[in-house]
Ligand binder design. Structure first.
Ligand SMILES: Cc1cc2nc3c(=O)[nH]c(=O)nc-3n(C[C@H](O)[C@H](O)[C@H](O)COP(=O)(O)O)c2cc1C
Length: 193
């Protein structure tokens, strides 16, 4: 069964991202077709990238990197819950992605965005970033509008139609995570040879 990590992409005090991710996680937990876990970026307290060697070498010097790497390595796919900051994702999430290499490879990502236009520009930027990391990104996404899915832009009250969007997102991330398991397995065999 695929293991999917739902990553809270904002570390900002008072962030909206936590409520959005919690709502997604509650729905994910109702599924029996995959295992879901919530990953809060704030728990990892990552500094600005401070590893001397390129992430592709996988030789991490710092405990915070090893901890983050071990967490990301455990999953087959991810759902990134991203805010939109200046038409992109958060610096914290981009920094966390940059810390690692092999842990992302041949995995799958889907996106949940939120912002004035549903965070769609942040999502599209993340697709480009993940293309370099050999992560396949699914097209289904849930995009929450700050004006209509939140009260006073701060209390999360999603419209009913998002239930279907997030179900489609789960379906796609699960099926692609399973489909890519052969690629991940053959990579491990080659590394061991
Ligand atoms: C630095 C910064 C830049 C922002 N830029 C945008 C933007 O370009 N587009 C947008 O839709 N919302 C933008 N916003 C509003 C965020 O979508 C909104 O504050 C959201 O709640 C941020 O996520 P968070 O509360 O989980 O940190 C910006 C917010 C911040 C703090």
């Amino acid at each position: 069964m695929a293991r999917i990590g739902i990553i809270i992409g904002s570390t900002r005090p008072g962030r909206n991202g936590e409520a959005v991710a919690q709502w997604v996680f509650e729905r994910a937990q109702q599924r029996t077709s995959a295992e879901y876990e919530l990953i809060d970026l704030a728990d990892f307290a990552l500094p600005h990238l401070d590893e001397a060697l390129p992430a592709a070498m996988g030789q991490y010097a710092h405990d915070h990197t090893k901890n983050w790497a071990q967490t990301i390595a455990r999953f087959d796919g991810y759902i990134l819950v991203t805010p939109e900051y200046n038409h992109s994702t958060s610096g914290a999430l981009k920094n966390a992605i940059d810390f690692l290499g092999n842990e992302w490879h041949n995995k799958v990502a889907g996106f949940v965005g939120y912002g004035v236009y549903g965070g769609v520009r942040a999502i599209e930027h993340l697709r480009l970033v993940f293309s370099q990391l050999q992560v396949a990104t699914v097209s289904a996404a849930a995009t929450f509008n700050l004006m209509t899915d939140f009260e006073n832009m701060s209390t999360f009250r999603p419209a009913a139609y998002h239930e279907a969007s997030v179900a489609a997102l789960f379906d796609q991330v699960e099926s692609w995570s399973e489909a890519l398991s052969d690629v991940r397995d053959s990579g491990e065999e080659q590394a061991a040879a």
